[in-house]
Design a protein around this ligand. Structure first.
Ligand SMILES: Cc1ncc(COP(=O)(O)OP(=O)(O)O)c(N)n1
Ligand SMILES: Cc1nc(C(=O)O)sc1CCOP(=O)(O)O
Ligand SMILES: [Mg+2]
Length: 520
């Protein structure tokens, strides 16, 4: 058996003697998510379910000792900072992070700016001015609404978006996630992330403008067993980042982790007569689709009342092998092979030639029972009555989905990770593609390689009721050796380019790949 080296995160925060928050929450969270958690304790807090009695900061000397032993053989991938107790600690921590960033390539620092205890009382009396040097070296902050108002210096604003933007601009923070757990919004908990895709802390300021935002929303779950929920969110986020997830996916998984824990806490809450403030339940990797949030996005605001796209009408058959080819010659060669689906993916053809190719492709496919999807060119797909169109995430906003729907042609959507998968699933397309499963030479998919575990994970994001599940296609780097592993996840279809177009015998490659995917 090979044992995989675990990713290491450091938590730099306070100890909570009641065991619910701080270091205790961080260790339970990280452990359940499969990362190794090392701790640097900043303070020993005396608290229980009704009061915060004392915060006893540790000295800089003790912090330095913890740092020195850890850096020797437990270098972190991600650092999560929680309670920082005084100005001396801010100064020390700022220097330590600067030094670590020189030493550890790609280090990410997440700061959960805990200020007040939920049972009342302050953890520190640091002013914003005093905290600013630290804020300027961290990459991600995860304030709740009150903490965001303090960081943004906008006490009368309760809109997460505005607060996040202000914090982002004031401190050049790579991602600001404003948690909605304590907001006044009726029945809904909405978390907002303002994120700059390129790492500005090691880059130039021009890129400040390329920010993108993500909003996730769930039904509010009220539980008195939520002590340490904020720490757990930040540590879950840090753990998912350490495991290699992009910010948008780590954010989504962390929100699902919190929903899962809060739901488990509800029963415990109910069993207590009075409002005992118990510890948040850390239950490991979130698996149930019901714990995952809704993605709130402009595209959904625009299309919230659009009905589901037409189905692929498989009548119990498996979608199977999905060749993606780039010419009429390939289409003519593959159509007679009895495939359920083929995609024409043409790049860089002059406009008039492109239109001719699409028109002819649709005409050719009419003599076969193969579903022909046109990649990218949705207007031409509608014009020539193609069976369907495949659209990528980058083209989603520009495409007129209502027009595609009215034209009665099917829609396939690309996704890369759980955030995009949830977003696309809400649009109810005819199929969902997920990639790139493996590295591929066909397209630059840097940073978006899913692996088999992620493929299996997104498949669980579909509703439990099989009849309501949208078929999923796996794509990217799939060859004959890997196809059985992909098929074993239960995915309905595998899409391939080079495994067919670069094969010595493409017809044989089709037959062999078909066997792999249709066997399951
Ligand atoms: C089945 C399938 N999945 C994903 C893609 C990729 O589409 P997109 O993201 O639009 O990228 P391009 O193919 O246009 O480069 C696909 N074509 N088919
Ligand atoms: C076109 C494409 N889209 C991907 C995605 O993940 O969205 S991966 C990919 C390339 C697929 O080619 P091959 O089978 O040669 O690896
Ligand atoms: Mg495309």
């Amino acid at each position: 058996m090979t044992i995989k080296q675990k990713a290491i995160i450091w938590t730099i925060s306070g100890s909570d003697c009641s065991g619910g928050a701080g270091i205790a929450a961080d260790i339970k969270t990280g452990h359940g998510l499969g990362v190794e958690v090392c701790s640097l304790i900043t303070a020993n807090t005396a608290q229980n379910s009704s009061q915060l009695l004392a915060v006893n900061p540790v000295s800089i000397e003790i912090l330095q000792q913890q740092y020195e032993v850890l850096i020797e053989d437990k270098s972190p991938t991600v650092i999560k900072i929680g309670l920082v107790a005084n100005v001396e600690q801010v100064v020390w921590l700022t220097q330590a992070i600067k030094a670590l960033k020189q030493q550890v390539n790609g280090l990410i620092v997440v700061y959960d700016p805990v200020g007040q205890a939920s049972v009342g009382g302050n953890f520190h009396s640091l002013s914003l001015n005093e905290l600013t040097p630290l804020l300027k070296v961290v990459d991600i902050v995860t304030p709740n609404l009150a903490e965001a108002q303090a960081l943004a210096q906008l006490d009368d604003i309760s809109e997460s978006k505005q607060l996040a933007q202000r914090i982002y601009q004031a401190f050049a923070i790579n991602a600001v996630i404003v948690k909605g757990g304590h907001s006044e919004q009726q029945g809904v908990s909405s978390d907002y992330c303002y994120h700059q895709l390129n790492q500005i802390k090691q880059d130039n300021q021009d890129k400040l403008h390329q920010a993108i935002s993500y909003q996730l929303s769930s039904a509010r779950i009220d539980s008195h067993y939520s002590h340490g929920g904020g720490c757990s969110f930040a540590t879950a986020l840090a753990s998912f980042l350490a495991l290699g997830y992009l910010v948008r996916d780590a954010f989504t998984l962390a929100k699902a982790f919190i929903n899962q824990g809060l739901k488990a806490s509800v029963d415990l809450s109910a069993s207590k007569q009075h409002q005992y403030y118990g510890a948040f339940e850390q239950l490991g990797w979130p698996h149930s689709s019901e714990d995952f949030p809704q993605v709130v996005d402009d595209i959904h605001r625009q299309y919230h009342d659009l009905p589901a796209f037409k189905s692929l009408n498989l009548n119990g058959k498996q979608l199977g092998l999905y060749p993606v080819i780039d010419s009429l010659a390939w289409l003519k060669r593959l159509l007679p092979l009895g495939l359920e689906i083929i995609q024409l993916r043409v790049k860089n053809l002059p406009e008039d030639e492109l239109e001719q190719v699409i028109a002819q492709a649709v005409e050719l496919a009419k003599d076969y029972n193969t579903r022909l999807f046109i990649n990218d060119y949705w207007q031409l797909a509608i014009k020539y009555g193609a069976y369907g169109v495949h659209i990528g995430q980058e083209d989603l906003m520009a495409a007129d989905l209502a027009q595609i729907q009215r034209a009665g042609i099917r829609l396939g959507l690309s996704t890369h990770g759980c955030y995009e998968f949830l977003l696309a699933q809400q649009l109810q397309p005819s199929y969902l593609a997920i990639g790139a499963i493996f590295p591929t030479s066909t397209k630059d998919m840097t940073g978006q390689i899913q692996g088999l575990d992620n493929l299996a994970q997104v498949l669980t994001l579909r509703p439990n009721d099989k009849a309501k599940q949208i078929p999923v296609v796996a794509i990217g780097g799939i060859n004959l050796a890997r196809a059985p592993l992909v098929a074993a996840t239960g995915v309905e279809s595998i899409a391939v380019v080079t495994s067919i177009t670069h094969a010595d015998d493409p017809e044989q490659a089709v037959a062999q790949l078909q066997v792999c995917i249709n066997k399951t």
